[in-house]
Design a protein around this ligand. Structure first.
Ligand SMILES: NC(=O)c1ccc[n+]([C@@H]2O[C@H](COP(=O)([O-])OP(=O)(O)OC[C@H]3O[C@@H](n4cnc5c(N)ncnc54)[C@H](OP(=O)(O)O)[C@@H]3O)[C@@H](O)[C@H]2O)c1
Length: 326
């Protein structure tokens, strides 16, 4: 396969390169693209130096799969051009996720058919949404879903390399000029990711609601989230309270997940998944599974994953693998 990565120098792009190598993705030709700032630099991959170039008309000719990780406005500009030049685009930004003609895919969750992609674009969901959907998929199949309430604890790498650098600088006691965060993140917790709407929900909270419904194919499932940035380098954690159609007993709840793809269940109250342990791993870790003491149809879960891997790069490469198998 001829593969292009747009955003190859970013936090997600770099992780994509690592994941492609680890999973021995069949790359014949690799095209690495980033902004003009990185043009002319080289990235070593597969035993060769690859020059980083800015995107330009014609660059996607001959490319089979283009993995995009550059933000919504640049995806809006370049994805149709890449498709026009013959590539299938797997896009990490929010630009296309809610387009009815674009499948929003988490490979572990039975969702929309990948083959039906009239725009030639497949969207990779938002990072916290991916890990929550992986955790909800087996529950949906086993017991049906009635309502989801989530609170996230999202690492600074969710705001790209700039977010990681801002935390590092603040921890060194320096000013973090150009920080992507609205306020200091070191030693702090910020209950705002994205812009607020008139009703007080942030962009990230709306994405979790809309995208979860689309991925699970439950367009009217009540889903609310409160999204919070925490001073952690890599790894997002989510507390999910889920009401199921059929109440699950404490003993059967972990078993529903143990056989599910992509999930690792941490057994026992002392086995608590955390971002430190999840970083560098591709699984979604689920622990602290508890039946609500007052509401027997409500299950509480603690769901942790590496946001740069399963929350972005690994999910995108898994989609590309499905394209290979087509
Ligand atoms: N971080 C996550 O957990 C995560 C998860 C899922 C999805 N995403 C999405 O993935 C995208 C990138 O995230 P990130 O964390 O990798 O950000 P990042 O570290 O800031 O990297 C951004 C990448 O985009 C490139 N870029 C910027 N402006 C460009 C332009 N005008 N033309 C071409 N390339 C340009 C940058 O190149 P230079 O190095 O040359 O500036 C860099 O390669 C965003 O849409 C984000 O929402 C991120």
């Amino acid at each position: 396969m001829n593969v292009a990565i747009l955003g190859a120098t970013g936090a997600v792009g770099q992780t994509m390169l690592a994941v492609l190598a680890e999973r021995a993705f069949p790359v014949e030709r690799l095209t690495l693209l980033a902004s003009a700032r990185s043009a002319g630099t080289h990235i070593r991959w597969g035993g060769q130096d690859h020059e980083v170039r800015p995107p330009e008309p014609g660059i996607f000719r001959g490319v089979d799969v283009a993995l995009f990780s550059v933000g919504a406005s640049r995806s809006e500009e370049w994805a149709p051009r890449a498709v026009g030049e013959g590539a299938v685009v797997v896009d990490n930004s929010s630009a296309w996720r809610m387009d009815p003609e674009v499948p929003l895919v988490v490979p572990e969750v039975k969702g929309p058919a990948l083959a039906h992609r009239p725009r030639g674009i497949i969207a990779n969901p938002n990072w916290s949404t991916i890990q929550m959907a992986v955790a909800l998929g087996p529950l949906q199949a086993a017991a049906g879903l009635r309502r989801v309430v989530a609170t996230t604890y999202q690492s600074v790498s969710g705001a790209g390399e700039g977010g990681r650098e801002a935390l590092r600088r603040e921890l060194r006691g320096e000013a973090a000029e150009g920080s992507p965060f609205a306020r200091r993140i070191a030693g702090n917790v910020i209950s705002q990711i994205g812009d607020f709407d008139d009703a007080g929900w942030t962009g990230e909270e709306r994405k979790m609601r809309d995208e979860t419904r689309k991925i699970l194919n439950l367009p009217s499932l009540p889903v609310v989230a409160t999204c919070v940035r925490v001073p952690v380098d890599i790894g997002h954690a989510v507390h999910v309270a889920v009401e199921t159609e059929r109440p699950l007993k404490q003993a059967e709840a972990p078993a529903v997940r143990e056989s599910a793809p992509g999930i690792q269940v941490a057994a026992g109250p002392e086995a608590i998944p955390d971002p430190h342990g999840a970083a560098g791993r591709d699984e979604v870790f689920v622990g602290r599974i508890r039946v609500d003491p007052d509401l027997p149809a409500v299950l509480h879960l603690w769901v942790v994953a590496d946001n740069l891997r399963k929350g972005a790069a690994t999910n995108a490469v898994q989609i590309a693998e499905l394209l290979v198998s087509e």
